[in-house]
Ligand binder design. Sequence first.
Ligand code: GAP
Length: 578
Amino acid sequence: MSKDKDRSAQMDKIVALCKRKGFIFQNSEIYGGQNGFWDYGPLGVELKRNVREAWWQDMVNMHDPLDAPEGAPDKFQMTGVETSIIMHPQVWKASGHFDLFSDMMQTCRQCKKLFRADHVWEMIEESEWFQSLAKECGVAFGTQLATIDSAAILQWAKAKKQGRRLAPGLAVVRNPEVTLSWLAEHQQSQPNQPLSAVDLLRYLATEQKNQTGLQTPCPNCGGDLTEPRHFNLMFETHTGALQSDDNKAFLRPETAQGIFVNFKNVVDSSRVKIPFGVAQIGKSFRNEITPRNFTFRSREFEQMEIEFFCHPDTSPQWYKYWRDRRFAWYTSLGIGNERLTLRDHDADELSHYSVGTADIEYQFPFMAEGEFGELEGIAHRGDFDLRSHMEGKLQAKDGKLEVQLDEHGQPKWRGSGKDLTYFDDQAKERFTPHVIEPSAGADRATLAFICEAYYEDEQPDDKGNMQSRTVMRFHPRLAPIKVAVLPLIKKAGMPEKAKELFRNLKSAGIAAQYDEQSAIGRRYRRQDEIGTPWCVTIDGQTVEEDNTVTLRDRDSLEQVRLPMDEVVNEISNRLRST
Ligand code: GAP
């Protein structure tokens, strides 16, 4: 099996486990599901809460404003807000989302399905019709088409017949002669440059389009796609009883704007001094054209964002600081360095507001070998947002951001007109702060922690036979259940002892589970599969001899004996020290 097939089989197992064990369910499943929306089950809700809490604790609550953290250019304050999902519509005009927050979209003329233009080729390569066609042509996917001979011509002729069944609207199927002549030409002009089947289709759909009228094929049916068009990703709604343009509102596509519009309130109410950061966790909504890869790209998702306000002169240092610190956060919670990268955006990738962005990316199993998916973006937003909310919509001109003027020379979209500058009373300087924004997705982080935790091995069962074991190796801070309490058997006073310990753990605020059903080995495996780091077993020795219990470690499988009345402290200490 190829590495990519292994990875996709692994992803299938992870998705199945998420459903079976109550981590993540398809939303509205009994009605056939709602594409792009997901529900967290009993264990998933705990896991995601732990992700959010770890972020808030590490970024806000445990932050020490009196001391500079390692790598930071100076000491700073961190605080938080929680703002509404629906905001004044002008916010989105000033922020640029109203005009610019769109994806290029293509529609199939035959089956009417919509696709994100930048995903089309990837989807074609994955499509059933493409794979079948490539096979029919004798060009197993990935095989290079280096030479043209009569056998290849025969295969293409066959493809023409088979192709009609597989993808009747596909340009290359309609006109395989074009393919052949182009192949011959290619072979003559570049004899040492072999082609893959994808290169071939791509060429036919793009470079030769004008001469042949051939279009990009539809990933679903192989039909013709329309030219790419803009499609705004904001969900619209209306406030109040009437549904007119006057009361149109939008579900926020990012939590960031709630922080920017409250910049002055935070400065005035909490006496923070620049540099400082404001954190927010909350739901965001984007009408994604092709939601996919489980929860990776959803239409409703949660963000964990920090807007860090600093002096323009020191902003490059803060940008570097936040890139490094956020990368280290993921590794501190168990993500392997080798599956994580920090990638700087190329100039043509930058968002409309950004003067520099780096993405922290994770190698999700649904991506091809060597490819990574974005977990978090760290953007240097300059003074774009505060200036926009003061003055009006800005646009990039000659490498600078300027207020966009209408035909009367007035700013096109007026901002609030409020003064959002900052006065440094020590330096006696007024300036518009620059912003560094580490913006993470809570659902993407949760998905990465799930994928990273998934592990299979073999362990002996109660009878000594080797059995395969699935373990979710969650970091203890993230594990939904921290400890399971298991009486060895359901009699001889063991359940009573176990219940006493279980209650003590609960009263100490430790997420514990009590389980007395089935053989002890099976109970251990049940806990391994949901990622419980520790199991405590109450046995004959506990009841009859010395009140000690065994404490089993999920990863090392090591078991130690300790007095039952030390368990709560031991678990609390282990949780604190991880
Ligand atoms: N305020 C900046 C901003 O929103 P972004 O890169 O569009 O930047 C930040 O989003 C993070 O939000 C992403 O890195 C990702 O983790 C998460 N995110 C964005 N769109 C998402 C979606 N459709 N589904 C799940 N998570 C998403």
